[in-house]
Design a protein around this ligand. Structure first.
Ligand code: LLP
Length: 445
């Protein structure tokens, strides 16, 4: 079967160029969008998200019971919840803010998985009050807290245990989570102990499965195959020694996307198909019943769907041939380059057909940090006033954005079939100032 996996492309699936040489996404001329909504501007292409969801589901289709969970931490707002719900995905949430967003979008509680390594009593209670959500337990003390909250609410919480399988993917060390010394999850050696604890409290806790997540922006499939083996062994151990049959296996997210032509991630369809086949083989070989298989991609669903539009401002030519072009955004709307040395692909969205330059330029942000560089060494003939588009900014840009230098976050526009709608309003300086309070004594001269 030929299935398009958007995570291997730098551009959204609908990207094209029109007669004016302008970038078109979701049937919309982005030059017009920049005029209408201002810059910086985040665009999200609905068709790319739909195609990514189709790809991951198609890869799982031969496996009897599956559920794709979208990792909301990549990008979440009400419209995204509605879209994800319509596409039949569940949701991985990690905070009261994400839980409330899901709840306001009437997301089915049974498809919500509450993650995080320090869930508060309030978050657990809010989740359990929504209905039949699942909670992914990250530590022994958290297990006790969930048990207490569930007992207080007279509920039986469905839980999965997150284990650290000791597998390290090929990614930046800040976004690895599967290694033995990770701050996330339970060491494998402690598994039977915590399972016993869960069983002691089985009136309030129903242990249904195991979870592992090895990290993010991983290009390879092998680490996933390794964790499936390890988790299948855990299922055997629990069945033989504790007599417990678990019904859910969640292998996490973390599949990467192509940010530049040098990135070659496993296509989403092949990733989920390889996972499904391996789970089937591992569980069958061990004479285990097949559990419901869950995967939790975030970036691979929404990353390629996103584009950021900036207006090019001042240009600086330094001795030694360095040329800086300053954009009207930067690390506050995209903290990934300064945090992880992430690389991106830019284009001049107002004149896509113009020839490339043979001299490199560097697009820098406008924030007060020397490291606020969005793209180094771009071979584009950019000038002040150009509209610069950066591809691949759908994941972990809005969700990690800040108000550094007292700047409001940009607006976010959903584009589809020639329509463009605001899904997140731009923050104005007034929005920020409105939250300030001045102690009376400072007002007295
Ligand atoms: N499941 C769990 C338990 C996670 O912790 C994460 C990501 C995901 C799923 C989804 O991972 P994805 O498919 O999106 O890679 N801010 C970093 C990424 C941090 C990822 C945190 N956890 C970045 O911008 O690269």
């Amino acid at each position: 079967m030929q299935v398009t996996s958007p995570n291997v492309s730098i551009k959204p699936v609908t990207a094209s160029v029109n007669d004016l040489g302008h970038l078109v996404v979701g049937g919309c001329d982005v030059v017009k969008l920049a005029e209408q909504f201002g810059t910086p501007l985040w665009l999200i292409d609905e068709a790319t998200i739909e195609q990514a969801c189709r790809a991951v589901k198609a890869g799982l289709s031969e496996y009897p019971k599956t559920q794709v969970l979208y990792a909301g931490k990549a990008f979440l707002c009400l419209a995204m919840c509605h879209l994800i719900k319509r596409l039949g995905l569940g949701l991985d949430v990690v905070s009261i803010g994400e839980l409330m967003t899901a709840s306001r979008a009437s997301f089915p509680p049974e498809l919500i998985y509450l993650h995080g390594n320090n869930k508060s009593q309030e978050e657990i209670a809010f989740g359990l009050n929504l209905g039949d959500i699942k909670i992914v337990v990250d530590s022994v003390s958290e297990l006790y807290l969930i048990q207490e909250v569930a007992a207080h609410l007279q509920r039986r919480a469905k839980i999965l245990l997150r284990v650290t399988p000791g597998v390290e993917p090929d990614t930046h060390h800040y976004i690895r989570t599967g290694q033995a010394d990770s701050k996330f999850g339970l060491p494998l050696e402690n598994l039977s102990h915590i399972v016993e604890l869960a069983q002691v409290h089985s009136d309030c806790l129903e242990l249904i499965g195991l979870h592992a997540h090895i990290g993010s922006q991983s290009h390879e499939i092998e680490p996933y195959l390794e964790i499936i083996e390890i988790l299948a062994d855990c299922f055997v151990e629990l069945q033989h020694f504790v007599g417990l049959t678990l019904t859910q296996l969640d292998v996490g997210g973390g599949l990467g996307i192509a940010y530049t032509p040098n990135d070659h991630p496993t296509p989403l369809y092949e990733w989920s198909r390889a996972i499904a086949r391996h789970v089937e083989a591992c569980f069958t070989n061990r004479n285990l019943a097949l559990p419901t298989l869950l995967v939790e991609p975030g970036r691979a669903i929404v990353g390629t769907a996103g584009i950021t539009l900036y207006r090019a401002g001042h240009c600086k030519n330094l001795p030694g041939g360095i040329t800086y072009i300053a954009l009207n955004g930067g690390m506050a709307d995209n903290p990934r380059p300064i945090t992880y040395q992430a690389r991106y692909t830019p284009c001049l969205a107002n004149r896509l057909n113009d020839p490339c330059s043979d001299k490199p330029i560097t697009f820098v942000g406008k924030y007060c940090e020397s490291g606020d560089i969005i793209v180094k060494d771009a071979y584009l003939a950019a000038e002040s006033g150009d509209l610069v588009a950066i591809f691949g900014t759908g994941a972990y840009n809005y969700s990690m954005a800040s108000n550094y230098n007292r700047t409001g976050r940009p607006a976010c526009i959903l584009v589809a079939k020639g329509q463009s709608e605001v899904i997140i309003k731009r923050e104005s300086p007034d929005d920020l100032i409105a939250r300030d309070r001045v102690p009376q004594r400072l007002l007295v001269d």
